[in-house]
Design a protein around this ligand. Structure first.
Ligand code: ADP
Length: 476
């Protein structure tokens, strides 16, 4: 049995802006179920619903000093269903705000301080409780200083694993913050935390962690190339023997049409009648005209990464093919406007909802025939795996985790679970959509692809076993 502490900036059900929050609950829970002693440490944001999620004050508090400034943190606690302990660190000034990292007008300017203090608080807490996990597993740039502090100030107290969920978000700050975030000037060099004159929190994690992981084998290969390396491919190539891609799992407790409480009707592979009811409910919810043509769904952050600009461009093509399109997302204002103005041209055919709405995300997974993910790059992607389970055929750009989890039905008709396109152009995407629409017109072929998709198993247990083996390597 190992004792493992995950340090993460977001974890469901307490906080979430993306897939990281799902992973930060599901992986620890899978490890707990395998008999390990697992704790998740995360900030207690203002938006956490304490009553609903059983968050209790422990009465413990401690002072953390960085760069000559001392801040007091209070310790709260909760538990995930399988028993994983969640420690939520409260600090009104840093975390008592409406959003996690910033508003639509930009990131919070004190993010370097907020997450440096968070990382330092982890060690202060460990010292206070005299407990020392065998593994500290830190996630993304917000926890990038955890491996750095472990190495620089704590004599490599714990083995460290650092997981990159998205290399594009690096936590880049002006060099002047260095003393305030508790880093010595001698690590400010291109071999360590410097990145073209700035401090890079993600790079700190990459440089100082014992092992680096990312969330799919495909993305692990891609990020060592200049095309996908976001300027860090050199660092990653240097550490390639310590870098591994572990495909994220799916929390089928949350994402399974057979028991999904968010749906108007449930269904399973042997009987898809409930899926038709979900489809009707989805069209009604978006005020779209009933149709026998395919329903195409998309859910996600409205960011350039996710290719929603390409989705906006192909809306006329999709309408021309007789499809209905439902879109749910929040994020970039320009992309939002591109989508809403394109949709306005096709009333009754295209619906766009700008919101973060978990119930509706479930309904789109269930009620759509196809789910589009034309991401420019995709570290893992969860929605395509949810889609497979829901009998909703993914149409994806063949990158990263999308390429790893979807088999193209044209390339491999006997094993195909979805439709892929390989060059990031409108033409290639439209071609993939046309192949999808053709498939929809052939009920027997459609049914076969659906069934193969629903039979895929991306449960967390396999991933948890791989992490377990990695932890054992780290502690020797
Ligand atoms: P990323 O982490 O890059 O945003 P992922 O595909 O890994 O992308 O995970 C996204 C997660 O966030 C999925 O669980 C998805 O359903 C959810 N999600 C994204 N946008 C929304 C939204 N607007 N409403 C509800 N859920 C959303």
């Amino acid at each position: 049995m190992l004792s493992i502490m995950h340090c993460t900036p977001e974890v469901v059900p307490f906080s979430k802006t993306g897939g990281l929050a799902d992973v930060s609950a599901a992986l620890p829970e899978a490890l707990t179920r395998r008999g390990h002693e697992v704790t998740v440490v995360t900030p207690l944001y203002a938006r956490v619903d304490r009553d609903r999620h059983g968050v209790r004050a422990t009465g413990r508090a401690f002072d953390v000093t960085l760069g000559g400034r001392t801040e007091r943190f209070e310790v709260f606690e909760a538990h995930l269903p399988a028993g994983t302990r969640v420690v939520l660190l409260a600090h009104d000034g840093f975390f008592g705000r409406p959003e996690l990292y910033g508003t639509r007008d930009g990131d919070y300017p004190d993010n370097p301080l907020r997450f440096a203090f968070f990382s330092a608080a982890v060690f202060r807490m460990l010292r206070g409780s005299r407990a020392c996990p065998s593994i500290l597993h830190a996630h993304d740039w917000q926890a990038g200083l955890v491996p750095a502090f472990n190495h620089l100030y704590h004599l490599d107290l714990c083995g460290t694993v650092f997981t990159v969920h998205n290399l594009a978000y690096q936590g880049l700050f002006p060099a002047e913050v260095l003393p305030d975030v508790g880093l010595p000037w001698d690590v400010f060099n291109p071999e360590q935390v410097e990145f073209y004159g700035k401090v890079n929190f993600l790079k700190a994690g990459l440089v100082f962690a014992d092992r680096i992981t990312t969330v799919s084998p495909g993305y692990a290969r891609e990020i060592t190339t200049p095309e996908f390396g976001c300027g860090l491919d050199g660092v990653l190539r240097k550490r390639a023997s310590h870098l591994v891609g572990v495909l994220n799992g799916v929390d089928y407790g949350e994402w399974d049409p057979e028991g999904d409480p968010h749906l108007p009707a449930r269904y399973r592979p042997g009987d898809l009648s409930g899926k038709a009811a979900c489809r009707d409910a989805l069209l009604a919810e978006y005020g779209l005209a009933p149709s026998d043509g395919p329903v195409i769904g998309a859910v996600g952050r409205l960011a350039a990464q996710k290719g929603f600009d390409l989705v906006a461009q192909v809306l006329p093509d999709l309408v021309g093919m007789g499809a209905r399109v439902v879109i749910l997302g929040t994020g970039d204002r320009e992309i939002e406007e591109a989508l809403t103005s394109a949709a306005a041209r096709f009333p009754g055919r295209v619906g766009v909802r700008v919101a973060f709405d978990n119930r509706l995300a479930h309904l789109i997974e269930a009620g759509s025939d196809f789910f589009v993910m034309p991401s420019r790059y995709e570290p893992c992607g969860l929605n395509q795996m949810y889609s497979l389970k829901y009998g909703t055929i993914p149409v994806v750009h063949a990158v990263g985790g999308l390429d790893d989890t979807v088999v193209d039905v044209t390339e491999d008709p006997g094993r195909g679970t979805g439709v892929k396109f390989r060059t990031f152009t409108r033409e290639a995407f439209v071609d993939a959509l046309r192949r999808a629409v053709d498939l929809h017109a052939d009920p027997a072929a459609l049914d076969a692809v659906r069934r193969r998709g629903m039979a895929q198993d991306f449960s967390w247990d396999a991933a948890a076993r791989t992490y377990e083996a990695l932890y054992l390597q780290v502690i020797g």
